[in-house]
Design a protein around this ligand. Structure first.
Ligand code: SAM
Length: 292
């Protein structure tokens, strides 16, 4: 168990609604009422929430551009024995917002950290997407730099798991165009809009179909994008095409170079090329002798 200094206060990570105030939990309200300070990503937004539930508390702002100075001040308050409730703009602090940093700092300072769980836009979106929920990847926001965005999307070419993205409405069309270019416009994707709000809408169709919808009606509101993983049949065809371009010897050697013994490498290659071990062994030996 992690050592915690009992003289210190506790950092409570408090999830708040992502649109519908009715989604606040009883524990969230109790925690906000009992905390000494509320650290908020957006004090105006949290002010409205606290007002609505008639909670009066001193607030301190903690957001992306002041977290480097504010983080240590909050840690200091916790060390003085004060209990701090951290809330973000909406949803769960630490998920695509600055909450993650203060959690790490508090843990390294032996401060008790606990959480009042609640809404997460990405989880609601994946559940409602109609896509496979047995295994998924949370990508969150793609980086702003074009080269990095491209590299991440390239990685998803062979990804069989469902992928969850956050995106701002003014960038969603650009991102869909990039997905279409790199992964193909036929990939299915659910656009989950205005979750828990009056105009909540989930539309599952191909990337290119979404793009054509946007040319008639531009995006509005908040969106989570949930993308289907590549199916195993397509993945296997992609792999077969790739392996056709390298020799059996190079294929086997690539595994031997990772530390695998020759027998295991031949077995793996036979499986991947849908061939027999004997055939791979014979080809490997032949190509090796030609190479000499
Ligand atoms: N911490 C939050 C959570 O737990 O989901 C996410 C914060 S992140 C800064 C904001 C992004 O979450 C938005 O750009 C959007 O992609 C997604 N989001 C938040 N609320 C949403 C809603 N009501 N409907 C759809 N997407 C939402």
């Amino acid at each position: 168990m992690r050592f915690m200094n009992t003289e210190y206060g506790t950092l409570y990570i408090v999830a708040t609604p992502i649109g519908n105030l009715g989604d606040i939990t009883i524990r969230a309200l109790e925690t906000l009422k009992n905390a000494d300070i509320v650290a908020a990503e957006d004090t105006r937004q949290t002010g409205k929430l606290l007002n609505h539930f008639e909670i009066r508390k001193p607030m301190i702002s903690y957001f992306e551009h002041n977290k480097a100075q504010r983080g240590p001040q909050i840690i200091e308050k916790l060390k003085q024995g004060l209990n701090v409730a951290l809330v973000s703009d909406a949803g769960t602090p630490g998920i695509s917002d600055p909450g993650a940093d203060i959690v790490k700092e508090a843990i390294s300072e032996e401060i008790k950290v606990t959480m009042v769980p609640g809404p997460v836009a990405g989880i609601m979106a994946v559940v409602l997407s109609g896509l496979d929920t047995s295994s998924f990847i949370f990508q969150g926001f793609l980086p702003e730099e074009k080269k990095k965005r491209k590299a991440i999307l390239e990685e998803f070419r062979t990804q069989t798991r469902t992928v969850i993205f956050y995106e701002s409405p003014h960038r969603i069309e650009t991102t869909l165009k990039e997905i279409s270019e790199i992964l193909g416009g036929g990939r299915r994707l659910a656009l989950c809009r205005e979750l828990t709000k009056m105009y909540e809408e989930i539309v599952l169709k191909s990337v290119d179909e979404h793009l054509s919808d946007f040319s008639a009606k531009p995006p509005r509101g908040e969106y989570v994008m949930v993308m289907e993983g590549v199916d195993s049949q397509t993945l296997s065809e992609m792999n077969q095409a790739e392996w056709a371009e390298i020799s059996v010897k190079d294929h086997v050697d690539s595994y031997i170079n990772t530390g695998m013994d020759r027998k295991a490498a031949i077995k793996k290659v036979a499986l991947e090329r849908r061939s027999s071990r004997n055939e791979i062994y014979n080809k490997y030996e032949l190509e090796k002798s030609v190479d000499k």
